[in-house]
Design a binder for this molecule. Structure first.
Ligand SMILES: Nc1ncnc2c1ncn2[C@@H]1O[C@H](COP(=O)(O)OP(=O)(O)OP(=O)(O)O)[C@@H](O)[C@H]1O
Length: 256
């Protein structure tokens, strides 16, 4: 598969201890149509990595290439049209839900694809009655889904998803997984998805990137990663997530 996005030796220093790295030596590819889950315990810098990839933050070393061209040669706004970040805490712009959905076409001076927006909203359980609502009055889960549709309308080549199902009920979560799956198949979008839900990783990703100890320790096909993790850190992480994570009532973080 051809790489759409290539990370080359990316590093980020800790702001609380600049002689140490939050992460370093991160090299990886995202291919067209590929669905990749980015996992690891809290505080590894997963969100920071995604924000750097979307050029909302800067790396302290390394390069990112989109279709073989370094980010430094792209205008930031052109880059962000291709590499789009969907935040865990969605920011709604002032105005109605429809105003938010129309943001992309307004910014790009392109026609608003009402039919596509309607299909995506319906697929996520947000009927047309939502369109006139003030966006500020939506629940957290509704905002998350509207923000996702708003990003899809940009038709980015790479979609960076930061725990976008974190505040959704199981039904809405499934709907998001299904829409993103159909979308990447149809549009060829490469998805990189941060999640702490290993069932979601197994069902909704082709590849796994596993971060620990400030490194991208594993990049594997999802089945191979769970069947036979190569590192002790990944083995401990999987065992902890499946038996002892806070979701299962335990608090202690594994030594990965
Ligand atoms: N330069 C830096 N940039 C960002 N975060 C930094 C930096 N230096 C130290 N940190 C700390 O490292 C952590 C990085 O947080 P980040 O959200 O990127 O990690 P994460 O792996 O996505 O965590 P979570 O799974 O909890 O969302 C935070 O605790 C932050 O305070």
């Amino acid at each position: 598969m051809t790489a759409l996005l290539t990370l080359h030796e990316l590093s980020k220093r800790r702001y609380d201890a600049p002689d140490r790295y939050l992460f370093q030596g991160v090299s990886a590819d995202l291919a067209q149509g590929q669905r990749t889950a980015l996992i690891g315990i809290s505080g590894q810098g997963k969100s920071t990595l995604l924000r750097i990839m979307a050029r909302l933050d800067t790396a302290d070393g390394g390069d990112i290439l989109y279709r073989g061209t370094s980010f430094s040669r792209w205008k930031p706004n052109d880059w962000r049209k291709q590499v789009c970040y969907v935040a865990q805490q969605p920011v709604m712009l002032p105005g109605s839900v429809e105003d938010n959905l129309q943001t992309v076409s307004r910014l790009n001076g392109t026609p608003f694809d009402r039919e596509l927006a309607g299909r995506c909203m319906e697929a996520l359980g947000l009927a047309s009655t939502y369109w006139a609502k003030p966006a500020s009055e939506l629940s957290g889960g509704e905002k998350q889904r509207v923000a996702l549709v708003r990003s899809l309308l940009l038709r980015p080549a790479v979609l960076l998803l930061d725990e976008v199902t974190a505040s959704l009920d199981p039904g809405s979560k499934k709907a998001v997984e299904q829409l993103l799956n159909d979308w990447s198949q149809r549009e060829g979008t490469a998805n990189l998805w941060i999640t702490h839900d290993l069932e979601q990783v197994k069902q909704a990703s082709d590849r796994v990137w596993f971060m620990a100890e400030g490194r991208l320790l594993e990049q594997e096909d999802t089945q191979a990663f769970f069947a036979c993790p190569r590192t002790d850190e990944a083995r401990r992480f999987i065992a902890w997530q499946e038996t002892e994570s806070p979701e299962n009532g335990k608090e202690e973080v594994p030594n990965v």
